[in-house]
Design a protein around this ligand. Sequence first.
Ligand code: HEM
Ligand SMILES: *[C@@H]1O[C@H](CO)[C@@H](O)[C@H](O)[C@H]1NC(C)=O
Ligand SMILES: *[C@@H]1O[C@H](CO)[C@@H](O)[C@H](O)[C@H]1NC(C)=O
Ligand SMILES: *[C@@H]1O[C@H](CO)[C@@H](O)[C@H](O)[C@H]1NC(C)=O
Ligand SMILES: *[C@@H]1O[C@H](CO)[C@@H](O)[C@H](O)[C@H]1NC(C)=O
Ligand SMILES: CC(=O)N[C@H]1CO[C@H](CO)[C@@H](O)[C@@H]1O
Length: 341
Amino acid sequence: MRREKSSTVALALGLIVMTLIGQSYSQLTVGFYAGKCKGKKNANANANADADVDVDVEQLIFDIVESAFKKHPTLVAAMLRMLFHDCFVGGCDASILLEGAGSEKTAGPNETVRGYKLIDAVKSAVEKRCRGVVSCADIIVIVTRATVFLASGNWYDVKTGRRDGSISSADLAMLNLPPPNEPVPSAIAKFQAKNLTVQDFVLLMGGHTVGISHCKNFRDRLYNYKGVPRMSDPNIPKDFLEFLKQTCPEFGSSSNSTVLDQLTPNVVDNGFYKAIGGRKGVLQIDQDIALDPVTSPIVSKLANNSTDFIHKFGVALNNLAEVGVLIGSQGQIRKFCRFVN
Ligand code: HEM
Ligand SMILES: *[C@@H]1O[C@H](CO)[C@@H](O)[C@H](O)[C@H]1NC(C)=O
Ligand SMILES: *[C@@H]1O[C@H](CO)[C@@H](O)[C@H](O)[C@H]1NC(C)=O
Ligand SMILES: *[C@@H]1O[C@H](CO)[C@@H](O)[C@H](O)[C@H]1NC(C)=O
Ligand SMILES: *[C@@H]1O[C@H](CO)[C@@H](O)[C@H](O)[C@H]1NC(C)=O
Ligand SMILES: CC(=O)N[C@H]1CO[C@H](CO)[C@@H](O)[C@@H]1O
């Protein structure tokens, strides 16, 4: 009897502990939507005559992204940046998508975030098959993975089960998103505050393997380094400095831009690390991670091994996509990604 009683107590305690742990860790799972989206076989199915089937949500989304990507290959850059900005401001809860005065997407650093139309198209296609099941936060993650696969050839599994938030604030965005001249130690601290390690930080900066930067985000490096007029970053080689100055005249157009990865700008690969290893970083922070004593060993390792980066990038993106998620009964599943229900 005594033994039975104590084992019952142990079991009860165990359940309490497990519940507590369960609450502090996210419970995202691979394949969360399997069996959860019951809908018509395809968009043209007869609403009355055709029976509902299990819709493969991730495949449905992949097919839409694949045809969009064929026309617009820079969508991979758009989505990687959208994922980063969503997750860094109040967690990966699709707050970046919300419209309204003073919302996150109206903040200065979000000015050039794009890809909103693709998210709308995907959401509308998914809702046609099963209403109110798939969150906008998960759609950002699933779409991003599809674009990374299309631009690298490497597939990685994504965890899903996020729910959508209802708070979106430009002030919060300004507070959380690092500027391009953020010193490496404080950038590391900002990533660590989101449970991301130094290794994650360096891998995630590999997002700059695609996409562009506008002039205004690196102009100070060329003409006003550390606030000193007519000073340029001494780490920029002479010929590259000439190139950047031509692209970005001191008093010229701010709409000029150049690619972030000066070696292989359209492919998701380790070319970015080779480029910054050769001092061809465009943004201050990109060049600085190749020089900082804490991050530079990670950079040169990634630069030296092409298969290593692409495998670890998927893991790091999953870590990023776990920041501050809403799960279970938290938040909501939005009907339209741009508005709370
Ligand atoms: C300290 C961290 C970071 C800083 C300071 C930073 C800063 C910037 C800046 C200034 C731009 C140029 C925007 C423009 O001129 O239009 C940019 C572009 C971009 N960033 Fe970051 N970034 C950071 C981390 C990340 C991360 C973690 C990712 C994704 C994993 C990412 C993905 C991108 C992409 C793909 C672009 C190109 C966007 C496009 O071509 O439309 N960034 N970033
Ligand atoms: C950048 O803009 C200036 C005008 O402000 C223009 O003269 C120059 O040719 C542009 N350079 C590139 C590479 O687009
Ligand atoms: C990477 O390769 C370069 C040149 O082959 C070498 O100098 C460097 O030490 C290597 N770095 C690592 C971390 O293996
Ligand atoms: C490169 O990375 C892969 C995958 O992480 C690893 O298996 C391999 O041993 C590495 N190669 C070198 C030369 O370090
Ligand atoms: C970091 O991890 C802890 C413990 O798992 C969790 O409670 C916290 O919410 C996480 N922080 C973020 C920003 O995800
Ligand atoms: C999409 C979007 O809302 N972009 C905004 C980003 O921030 C700038 C500057 O605040 C706005 O002018 C844009 O409209």
